[in-house]
Design a protein around this ligand. Structure first.
Ligand code: FBP
Length: 262
């Protein structure tokens, strides 16, 4: 972990990553209710909102679409990813090198680690390689820290999320992206476990404006430094409205109630 407060992906100590790697991770089904969002340019447009500090995409989307947005959006290139078309212990193929991410204009890199999977050993080793390569370029490293596998019955239980946050610190991640463990107290413990590694909450499937902002409020209050979100922003009819609200909660310290008033 290195200090990243001067990085472009950080605003006032906080991070708001707009993730759009779902076409790989989940498939086009995530775009069924919002078919126009199948065009990555529409989500890059959303990422020009001031609240967003980086847009997370896979290499192919970065290659094709980032050149038109490089002046207005910071880029986080996800270095591994997987489809959900196969069965077995969780794993994720490395599909982009740090060197190539830099060529694409990356301001940060992201990597999924499925701790608890039977592939954990290999994933930890792969993380070591990308982490040390990223250090050569002073690029922040964001770990999608997702305990998952046949030995884990509940991947959002408080002790599991605290463990996920700690693993990110131990392995050198600058930002740990973890799921919400269900309560402010549990999230506070996870943030403590992460030490100086920034913890951001994972957005999850779409909920109502109020429910989503309330959870973000609770996470920020617990010590999270922001959010990495996809569906809860770009699956909405009006992504700008929810980003306005997130800006108030994350950077302005407002409650969900006041953030939704304006
Ligand atoms: P969401 O906010 O839409 O959950 O996106 C965050 C994210 O981590 C994406 O980067 C990724 O595609 C997806 O969730 C993975 O979801 P899961 O593995 O939990 O199905």
């Amino acid at each position: 972990m290195i200090p990243i407060d001067d990085s472009p992906i950080v605003r006032d100590g906080n991070v708001l990553i707009l993730a759009m790697d779902h076409g790989l991770e989940h498939g086009p089904v995530d775009f069924e209710a919002v078919p126009e969002k199948l065009d990555p340019a529409t989500v890059f447009e959303t990422a020009t909102h001031d609240a967003v500090t980086a847009m997370a995409v896979q290499k192919g989307v970065a290659e094709g679409y980032y050149p038109s947005y490089e002046d207005d959006v910071n880029l986080l290139v996800k270095l591994n990813g997987t489809s959900n078309m196969w069965m077995g212990e969780p794993d994720s193929a490395i599909n982009c090198s740090v060197d190539y991410a830099v060529e694409l204009g990356a301001d940060a890199v992201g990597f999924t680690v499925y701790s608890g999977s039977n592939h954990e050993v290999e994933m930890f080793e792969e993380f070591r390689e990308i982490h040390e390569a990223a250090r050569e370029y002073d690029l922040p490293v964001v770990m999608w820290s997702y305990p998952r596998g046949q030995g884990l019955k509940n991947d959002t239980k408080p002790s599991t999320i605290s463990y996920a946050a700690r693993i990110a610190l131990e392995l050198g991640a600058d930002v740990a992206k973890v799921k919400y463990p269900g309560s402010r107290e549990a999230m506070a413990h996870a943030c403590e476990a992460a030490g100086d590694t920034k913890v951001v909450m994972s957005g999850g499937s779409k909920t109502s404006d109020y429910e989503f902002l309330s959870t973000v409020e609770s996470a920020v209050d617990a010590g999270c430094e922001g959010l990495a979100v996809g569906r809860n922003v770009w699956q909405r009819e009006d992504p700008t409205r929810i980003l306005d609200g997130l800006e108030k909660v994350i950077y302005g310290g407002e409650t969900a109630d006041t953030a939704l008033e304006g």
